[in-house]
Design a protein around this ligand. Structure first.
Ligand SMILES: NC(=O)CCC(=O)C(=O)O
Length: 261
């Protein structure tokens, strides 16, 4: 499976401009040759949290049809990062997965809200258990940014069979060391690919790190995006590497969950 990651400089509080950027990016040459594209976290409105009442999508009503059309038009699966998404009981940070046939096959609301960003003041936390989905026979899970700090969530996706975990993010440069090491740890401990799409822009004085990664289950770096700069990252992944590594070091067979609690 070949991926294009959009390490996007998200424009805060401007969904129309961000949609236009994605339309243009999908036309770029690098993206033409891939099966699947990956977008970053909250790409519609950025981290303008105090303006989300105005700029959040209304339960995906605008953005889901937008993504479905784009997927069909370009014949590509879209792992659509996440968007600020207003429902009756508040605003969620929601990820959507759309197939190249234009079908919405998965959605996930970010379950861990970030205290350092006061997310609990502006956002609702997702209440549903993590699930996985399949694209071209590959089992995939998606998590959103701060979720990366919770090994329990990522392990639960691996136990459901995830061979790839996508991390969509707006992770700040100030904590880029955590961003780096946590992804390696999650790849190695869950013996899965980690594919991340981080933002590279700036919002209210916070600079986002860029440095989107593709890491093999073995901990080998496949490729990495530049620091703090918009970029397209292309990577091909190989399911056999997951299968072989899980045979070589069979940690899932060695687990003793009854001794962990
Ligand atoms: N958008 C986020 O979830 C940021 C997470 C973060 O800054 C951190 O975990 O540190």
């Amino acid at each position: 499976m070949k991926f294009a990651i959009y390490q996007m400089d998200v424009i805060p509080a401007n969904p129309e401009a961000n949609k236009a950027k994605i339309i243009d990016w999908m036309e770029t040459e690098l993206v033409q040759d891939v099966d699947t594209v990956v977008l970053p976290e909250m790409w519609n409105a950025g981290y303008a949290l105090d303006q989300l009442e105005e700029y959040a999508d209304k339960d995906g009503r605008d953005i889901v049809p937008f993504l479905k059309n784009l997927a069909k038009q370009h014949d590509k699966h879209i792992i659509a990062g996440s968007i600020a998404n207003k429902r009756e009981d508040g605003i969620y940070n929601t990820s959507y997965i759309i197939t190249k046939q234009g079908e919405l096959i998965h959605q996930y609301d970010k379950m861990h809200l970030v205290p350092m960003l006061d997310e609990h003041v502006f956002l609702q936390a997702g209440k549903e258990k993590g699930k996985i989905f399949e694209l071209d026979g590959m089992k995939i899970g998606v998590v959103i940014c701060y979720d990366l700090r919770f090994p329990e969530l990522m392990r639960s996706l691996a136990l459901l069979g995830a061979e790839v975990i996508i991390v969509v993010a707006q992770w700040p440069t100030s904590r880029r060391v955590h961003w780096h090491y946590l992804q390696y740890a999650r790849a190695i401990e869950n013996q899965c690919y980690i594919i991340s799409a981080n933002s590279s822009g700036e919002c209210n004085g916070t600079q986002f790190a860029g440095e989107s990664y593709v890491i093999e289950p073995t901990g080998k770096l496949v490729t990495e995006g530049p620091k703090e700069k918009e970029a397209t990252i292309i990577a091909e992944i190989d399911r056999d590497i997951v299968t072989q590594f899980r045979k070589d070091i069979p940690i899932f067979k060695s687990r003793v969950p009854h001794l962990y609690e």
